[in-house]
Design a protein around this ligand. Structure first.
Ligand SMILES: [Zn+2]
Length: 406
């Protein structure tokens, strides 16, 4: 017969789960009223008040009056994130190691890009650990608790081992473990496109959509994140979504993977950066430069416009296949694919799904990533937040938080 009274163990587990649920909602919505917490979590007001109090005492959140309410009655206090606890987000690429400190709510507090040509995994760990320490020292009011890495390659679920990052030349690199040792804190790693997809779904252009196809374009190629019915599709070992290696031209040029005519071989970021004459632009800089160049040409046959047109043509072939396969509600383009899309003519964009099956393609919305050049870092931070949000008061006991009480 089920026991109607909770045992102490149950109570602790329920409380931990509730604390985690409150923190998760404050994080994802970047602030939420107590009234909304009560409604969303189905808990009573005094329980929510108690849980929020615990999170305030541990330095995770603050409370302030909700200024947005103008109706009658007492305004519900707004529970907001604070940046007492941070995570480190790392994105090693072909020419740069991008490092940021990220607060709850996915806000970038500090960011530093270090230019290194084709870093080895050991160099990437060394540079990342040094930059994390430098940025931490510049933010003495905060403490970095964990790290997440977005890797342009195939990363094994579970231990964060990079099985293969073809363009970086990494094979079977225990990246998460090395970083854990170098930083002395929990560290996790995952595929960059999967993390970009997660960031856009939580905070960006994928919000509210149940079936989303995210395409990430970067210096190392093109990856994908697939979400079907609200769940990420990872494949049997976590390697699903390699849209960059869809064949769009079987007689095409060789790809780093060994096959021919892959999407990423025909739509390289380097061709766009060379066309606008920039050496190490981040995605926002590339986006602005490409639009400016196309506008300045004012002619579809101009050199930059021709490259844009050709690349959009190859991208459209890939999109046709994936739309027919997955029937997504939304397609989100990130990195140089976003820049490519925005630099393309309205006619070319409108024709991009013209050859997909009409019934599948009719309601698909194509959008550019809302988080721009920050999407992979915010995604990497999500990976680091997972363990902290799951058990916030265990990670930060009261004595550790005490110093920050104000
Ligand atoms: Zn390939």
């Amino acid at each position: 017969m089920p026991n109607s009274r909770s045992t102490p163990l149950d109570t602790t587990a329920v409380r931990r789960r509730n604390l985690s649920a409150v923190l998760d909602l404050v994080h994802r919505r970047r602030g939420v009223t107590r009234a909304d917490l009560t409604r969303a979590l189905g808990l009573n007001r005094s329980t929510i008040g108690d849980l929020v109090g615990v999170l305030v005492a541990h330095g995770w959140v603050d409370e302030r009056d909700d200024q947005t309410r103008s109706g009658v009655g007492r305004p519900s206090p707004l529970v907001v994130t604070r940046d007492r606890w941070l995570v480190a987000a790392i994105n090693p690429e072909l020419d740069v190691i991008d490092v940021a400190l990220v607060s709850l709510g996915g806000e970038i507090v500090a960011r530093r890009r270090t230019f290194v040509e084709r870093p080895s995994a050991a160099t990437a760990v060394e540079v990342a650990a040094r930059v994390v320490r430098e940025l931490s020292a510049e933010h003495p009011q905060a403490t970095v608790l964990a790290a997440g890495v977005a890797v342009p390659g195939l990363v094994r679920r579970g231990d964060g081992c990079v099985r293969l990052a073809p363009r970086l030349g990494w094979r079977d690199e225990p990246l998460a473990e090395a970083l854990r040792e170098a930083l002395g804190m929990p560290a996790a790693a995952a595929n960059d496109a999967h993390l970009g997809s997660r960031a856009e779904l939580t905070f960006g252009a994928g919000q509210g959509a149940a079936s989303v196809l995210y395409l990430n374009g970067g210096p190392s190629g093109i990856g994908g994140g697939i979400v079907v019915d609200g769940r990420p599709v990872e494949g049997s070992a976590g390697y699903a979504g390699e849209i960059g290696h869809l064949s769009v031209d079987p007689r095409g040029i060789a790809c780093a993977c060994g096959a021919h005519g892959c999407l990423e071989a025909l739509v390289p970021r380097a061709a766009l950066t060379a066309a606008v004459g920039l050496a190490h632009p981040d995605d926002d800089e590339l986006d602005a430069a490409l639009q400016q160049a196309v506008t300045a040409e004012g002619d579809a046959t101009g050199p930059v416009s021709s490259i844009v047109r050709e690349q959009l043509g190859w991208l459209s072939i890939a999109l046709r296949s994936v739309v027919n396969l997955l029937n997504p509600e939304r397609i989100v383009l990130g990195g140089h694919l976003a820049a490519l899309w925005r630099a393309s003519s309205a006619d070319d964009r409108a024709a991009s799904l013209a050859e997909a099956l009409p019934v599948t393609a009719t309601d698909v919305r194509i959008e550019v990533a809302a988080l721009g050049a920050q999407r992979l870092l915010i995604g990497a931070a999500e990976l680091a937040w997972d363990g902290l949000i799951a058990d916030p008061t265990e990670v930060v006991p009261l004595e550790a938080a005490g110093a920050s009480a104000s």
